[in-house]
Design a protein around this ligand. Structure first.
Ligand code: NAD
Ligand code: GLY
Length: 349
């Protein structure tokens, strides 16, 4: 005997991403703003002057990647239970990518899923993390290994929050902007080469183009079965660097910057990119004081660490390599010896 469960319905999870000063908005439901003490101290009063709700609660979790864990998720969930949140209630993620990922994850599991809105406050979260519905947390086995795809109902990007962002955090966000341009948009890359991102109009344009790029990729491949993996350009190498330096020396975007340089060198060796193009990318990263060199002490051990990557299997490593500037190739056909020769070159930096 067989019973078929028909689940082929098409679900429309489309949403808008608004890049503008936040406009006053009222939610006719219970809402909790999830944030951390730093973001709350800087910007919560402003947000509360714009956002109202039938019942509004603030949930704060400790600031930092080291708190992107089950303890913080429990703080969020317990508050939701205490305030009797139901399936019509809503969360607002108010902070950088750490807050965005955790709030989205809590929203995805509370009573099997409630709505949430992203209000990102770092450049990295405005151009990347808040868009696309990847949510999650870290555990002792690694970063973002627990999570869910859960799309926000809306993303409100107010670039004025970035005025208080430390320059190093800003540059880390620029690395992800450069990533979008190198992989998908040659004109955007040329724009960035001469852009002055201290000008608010120019910055707004850069955020828009990066978000449009990401939105278009996510629309084609929400659950990362194919092209979305290209957004991990620089990350395959970057994750090893973060792992080797115990997540202490580099911000994520900084490790990605070095990782993009390594991926470019690999692409040059494979004839996918010219040295001139690789040099242009390096120069753009250096314009924002992003690191572009790293001392690989043991290329073989560096190579073995690739296998911890979520995209790798037991037998092969998936590399995201630029094809010139503005296009990208996802491949698991890179010769180990070629990659080792690239890493050896970094050993002498
Ligand atoms: P973060 O959230 O840790 O923020 C960096 C620091 O800036 C924190 O101390 C934060 O409190 C502070 N901050 C936030 N807004 C500020 C402001 N306006 N002014 C001053 N300080 C401010 O780090 P991040 O770089 O925003 O995000 C990194 C996280 O995002 C990682 O956990 C990463 O895994 C995740 N991520 C997720 C995706 C995704 O698609 N979901 C994509 C990229 C990265
Ligand atoms: N940050 C990569 C992605 O969202 O797929």
């Amino acid at each position: 005997m067989q019973v078929n469960i028909a689940l082929k319905q098409v679900v429309d999870n489309s949403y808008d991403i608004t890049i503008d000063t936040i406009k006053p908005v009222h939610f006719d439901t219970k809402v909790a703003i999830v944030t951390n003490p730093k973001v709350a101290g800087l910007h919560l009063a402003y947000l509360l002057s714009k956002v109202t709700a039938k019942e509004l609660y603030i949930i704060t979790v400790p600031d930092g990647e080291e708190y992107k864990n089950q303890d913080s998720i429990n703080i969020i969930l317990e508050s939701l239970f205490n305030h009797k949140f139901n399936r019509k209630s809503m969360l607002i993620a108010f902070g950088g990518g750490v807050i965005g990922d955790m709030t989205g994850y809590a929203a995805s599991i509370y009573q099997r899923g409630i709505n949430f809105v992203q209000i990102p406050t770092t450049l990295l979260s405005q151009v990347d993390a808040s868009v696309g519905g990847k949510t999650g947390m870290n555990n002792s086995y690694g970063k973002n290994l627990i999570g869910a795809f859960h799309q926000p109902k809306a993303v409100l990007i107010d670039p004025s929050f970035l005025r208080t962002l430390p320059s190093r955090e800003f540059a880390a966000g620029v690395a992800e902007v450069v990533k979008m341009a190198v992989t998908f948009n040659k004109e955007f890359f040329s724009f960035l080469e001469t852009a002055d991102l201290t000008d608010s109009d120019v910055l707004g344009e850069a955020i828009k183009q990066a978000v449009q790029t990401k939105a278009s990729v996510v629309a084609q491949d929400e659950k990362e079965q194919g092209i979305r993996a290209a957004l991990n350009y620089g990350h395959t190498f970057g994750h090893v660097i973060e792992n080797e330096t115990k997540y202490k020396k580099y911000l994520h975007g900084e490790a990605v910057a070095i990782g993009m340089v390594m991926a470019n060198d690999t692409a040059v060796k494979m004839g996918l990119m010219s040295s001139d193009e690789a040099q242009r990318v390096k120069k753009l990263l250096q314009k924002y004081s992003l690191p572009t060199s790293y001392t690989v002490l043991d290329a073989d051990s560096f190579y073995e660490t690739f296998f911890l990557d979520k995209k790798s299997s037991d037998a092969s490593i998936t590399f995201i390599l630029p094809v010139g500037i503005g296009a990208v190739k996802i491949t698991d056909a890179c010769e180990k010896s070629l990659v080792i020769s690239v890493l050896d070159k970094f050993g002498v930096n």
